[in-house]
Design a protein around this ligand. Structure first.
Ligand code: PXL
Length: 237
């Protein structure tokens, strides 16, 4: 199939329940007509109740997977998801230094213990190594707050956080926030800042929605869409 469809790669963790992680990414790529490939960074044991256990894949083996895939498939866009710790972030950054296609960094903050946080070393490494090579970084407001150490309570905070993130080196940022009863995404790049508003969806079934959004953007980039078009299409999806 990869002779015909553009090829996207996700470098991410496994969610065996299929709602998030590389499984959500691959389903999204497939639905949007892009051939999906994956490099696995960590394995979770999880279900709709939460994350019960996590195993890191050895960094050397992540490097082996990258070499196998990138030396063979014509990668048109790459995204990263859960990376777990500083060593994994360093390994993935070493791989992506050689990439020649658009890279979307979803700075998922899930730790090796399954907590919804990663340690300070991992955050520092993300800032130092991954953000500068990103064409787009897609944090939710909690991840953005952690990356730039500034709370998101108002629209002004959101604009400030997006500007601070952009100053860390990515070509563009998409910060996903909930303010009151609205979902507001802030998109910023060198051409300016845009606020994209939509009514907040009243659903508990949002597990994996961040993965799906960043995967859909990656699929658009793999098809050759420009970034703003890829973001619009992905938000609708
Ligand atoms: O949705 C963030 C996410 C990404 N990747 C993996 C996850 C989660 C959230 O639980 O488990 C593997």
């Amino acid at each position: 199939m990869h002779d015909a469809a553009p090829v996207a790669l996700t470098i991410a963790g496994s969610d065996p329940s299929g709602g998030a992680g590389l499984q959500a990414d691959l389903k999204t790529f497939h639905t949007l007509g892009v051939y999906g490939s994956s490099v696995v960074t960590l394995l979770t044991a999880q279900n709709t109740q939460g994350v019960q256990d996590i195993q890191m894949v050895p960094a050397d083996f992540v490097r082996s997977q990258w070499t196998s895939v990138s030396s063979d498939l014509p990668l048109a866009a790459i995204k990263t998801g859960a990376l777990g710790n500083a060593e994994m972030i360093e390994t993935v950054a070493d791989c992506l230094d050689a990439a020649s296609c658009p890279v979307v960094i979803d700075p998922v903050m899930i730790s090796k213990h399954g907590h919804a946080i990663i340690d300070d070393d991992a955050v520092d490494k993300l800032i130092e190594r991954l953000l500068p090579l990103a064409n787009l970084v897609t944090p939710n407001s909690f991840e953005a707050e952690r990356l730039v150490d500034h709370k998101v309570r108002t629209k002004e905070d959101l604009l400030k956080v997006a500007a601070k993130l952009l100053a860390l080196g990515p070509s563009a940022v998409l910060v996903k926030a909930h303010l009151g009863d609205q979902s507001i995404d802030c998109v910023a790049d060198s051409s300016g800042v845009q606020l994209l508003r939509s009514p907040r969806l009243k659903s508990n079934r949002t597990h994996g929605s961040g993965c799906v959004l960043s995967a859909a953007i990656t699929a658009g980039l793999a098809k050759g869409d420009d970034l703003h078009h890829a973001i619009q299409t992905a938000r609708t999806f």
